[in-house]
Design a protein around this ligand. Structure first.
Ligand code: ADP
Ligand code: MG
Length: 221
């Protein structure tokens, strides 16, 4: 675990630094590609370029999240309401895939000291993975409760394809993906963010039943 955490920290800092440097020139390239329009002799090339630039931007913005937040960015917030916002955001996409997202949230949960946008990013990544793992639809249960130690425990229980035992160790490695259009960055970024929040994230798996992602965050006393 320590080795993994050191690797993530080094990779994260490097990646966020590079992502930051790439973003400005990328904006110019995107803008000018758009300006050149899709007509004319090279219209085909231009639209491929626009798509590929879009893809680079997606990867860059995912990596930017790895930049270490400052102490001042952490504020006590209700994790339940952050989760609620994200579920609303992703509900339409879920419905298209015939996935129902059910939430079961305990009353009177402690607040968590967190960077709201980063937690949102984690919830988006985990929820998206769950929905993407259920191409045939199903129920995706999100439970939130207070743990014995007073922390906030969020369980994302999907009924998806699951993860083969042999692949579990690969989760969170940068660029590990089994999807055609995946980036393989979602879980790495999520692990890193949860670690910055002094929390933990564990993924368990029941073959043929689905995957459960459990995130624990320390509560504000
Ligand atoms: P991406 O979603 O871009 O592939 P992630 O880092 O989010 O990258 O996930 C890495 C891989 O882990 C996925 O490609 C998938 O194989 C596996 N995975 C993650 N979450 C789940 C899940 N809920 N069910 C099944 N497989 C999953
Ligand atoms: Mg993902």
């Amino acid at each position: 675990m320590l080795r993994k955490s050191e690797m993530l920290s080094a990779v994260g800092q490097l990646a966020a630094g590079i992502a930051h440097e790439i973003r400005n020139p990328l904006t110019a390239l995107k803008g000018f590609t758009k300006l050149m329009g899709s007509g004319g002799q090279h219209g085909n090339y231009l639209s491929i370029m626009a798509d590929e630039l879009e893809r680079i931007e997606e990867i860059v913005s995912e990596l930017l999240v790895l930049a270490k937040p400052q102490a001042a960015d952490f504020l006590p917030k209700s994790v339940a309401s952050i989760l609620h916002d994200v579920v609303m955001l992703l509900e339409t996409q879920a419905i298209i895939s015939k996935v129902t997202i059910e939430t079961d949230i305990e009353d009177e949960l402690p607040l968590a000291s967190c960077v709201e946008n980063q937690l949102k990013q984690v919830f988006i990544n985990v929820l998206k993975n769950g929905v993407e793992a259920m191409p045939g639809g199903g129920t995706f249960l999100v439970k939130m409760e207070k743990s014995e130690r007073g922390s906030i425990r969020i369980s994302f229980i999907d009924q998806g394809c699951g993860i083969p035992e042999s692949k579990l160790a690969k989760l969170g490695q940068p660029f590990y993906t089994t999807k055609n259009k995946g980036t393989g960055l979602g879980l790495m970024v999520s692990y890193k963010i949860i670690e910055n929040h002094r929390g933990s994230m564990t993924i368990t798996n029941k073959e043929g039943v689905g995957t459960t992602v459990v995130i624990e965050l320390p509560g504000v006393p």
